[in-house]
Ligand binder design. Structure first.
Ligand SMILES: [Zn+2]
Length: 329
């Protein structure tokens, strides 16, 4: 069974992304440019998969709003793919957090777009960029972070309250902060009429969740974020369809996929908590293999079960912020 899952993982990786699915009507839907591939999600929402995290795209009369911008290298292809969907200007970028595989394309994508007058402090052209405040601080260098970016990639707008409401392309677009989850800067973006949620890295169904303890992430905050997704999502029939969730990495999902993932993460958290209660050291906890039955599905060489156990252990024991950064983000 483990070999089977490993093989599936390899095939998905080889196909350039794992947005396969159940929710894409046909292979013909897979268009896009170069390294970036587009998939229709629901109504006027599309997903782009390529190097780095997934991008979610809203197209409509007002223009284009996207969630996350992949890597700097992929950004020209991402822009070309967006232009293949709509000849309207890119007006908004929302960042789910500051990691470079989700924000690296900010500057290129913003410059290809058109400024909208809001609270945009930079002005002078380019699509506006929205993030939670702590993501802005990492990107602009006011907080120490490897995510520091050139000024053209800095968010122009930030928020520090629970949620930021917008109305764009005929629907409410609600950006909701998820405290101390994958990082301390996470936001999910809910397209309410289209019934699509861009989840960022609080939900990565092709791998264990990365808990970036050094940037304020925590296992309990991550589980809370997954529960928020479950609260918002409504299945259409027999637990299938309905609200679609575009994860930070991996295929397009529905509520039951999030439920399975939340259960796995919660079970591993509870197992590690039990090992800590038994006064086990980190090495002993790892040796107990609390992820053994899930490794075939979620482990990869770049983010193993051991690494996930370590992140959970450090999060639950409130390790100092100097805890090692996870290599796979
Ligand atoms: Zn991330």
């Amino acid at each position: 069974m483990r070999i089977f899952f490993a093989l599936v993982g390899t095939l998905m990786a080889a196909s350039g992304g794992s947005l396969v699915a159940q929710n894409t009507p046909s292979a013909a839907a897979n268009s896009g440019v170069g390294v970036v591939h587009l998939w229709p999600v629901q109504r006027n929402i599309y997903a782009a998969v390529g190097p780095g995290g997934n991008t979610t795209i809203s197209v409509g009369d007002e223009g284009v709003l996207i969630v996350d911008t992949m890597t700097a290298e992929a950004a020209p292809d991402l822009v070309a793919s967006i232009k293949s969907l709509s000849n309207k200007p890119i007006r908004w970028i929302v960042n789910t957090h500051s990691h470079r595989d989700h924000t690296g394309g900010n500057a290129v994508v913003s410059r290809s777009g058109v400024y909208v007058a809001t609270g945009n402090t930079r002005g002078g052209g380019g699509a506006s960029i929205l993030s939670f405040e702590s993501a802005l601080m990492r990107l602009n260098g006011s907080a120490e972070s490897p995510d520091k970016a050139p000024e053209a990639g800095w968010p122009t707008d930030s928020f520090f309250v629970k949620q930021k409401d917008m109305f764009f392309n005929g629907e409410p677009v609600v950006t909701i902060h998820q405290p101390a989850a994958h990082t301390d800067a996470d936001a999910i973006v809910f397209f309410r009429r289209s019934d699509v949620i861009a989840a960022g890295d609080v939900f990565t169904p092709d791998r264990y969740p990365v808990i970036d303890v050094a940037e304020g992430g925590s296992i309990n905050g991550l589980i809370a974020a997954l529960n928020t997704l479950l609260d918002l999502a409504v299945p259409q029939f027999n637990e299938e369809g309905g609200t679609m969730i575009v994860p930070g990495h991996g295929r397009i999902c529905d509520e039951s996929d999030v439920g399975d993932y939340r259960d796995m993460v919660t079970i591993v958290r509870d197992r590690v908590q039990d090992l800590i209660a038994k006064k086990m050291t980190l090495a002993q906890a790892k040796a107990a293999r609390p992820t053994f039955d899930y490794d075939g599905v979620y482990a990869s060489p770049s983010y193993t079960g051991d690494m996930f156990v370590e992140a959970v252990y450090r999060s639950l024991t409130a390790a100092p912020a100097s805890a090692q950064r996870a290599p796979s983000r």
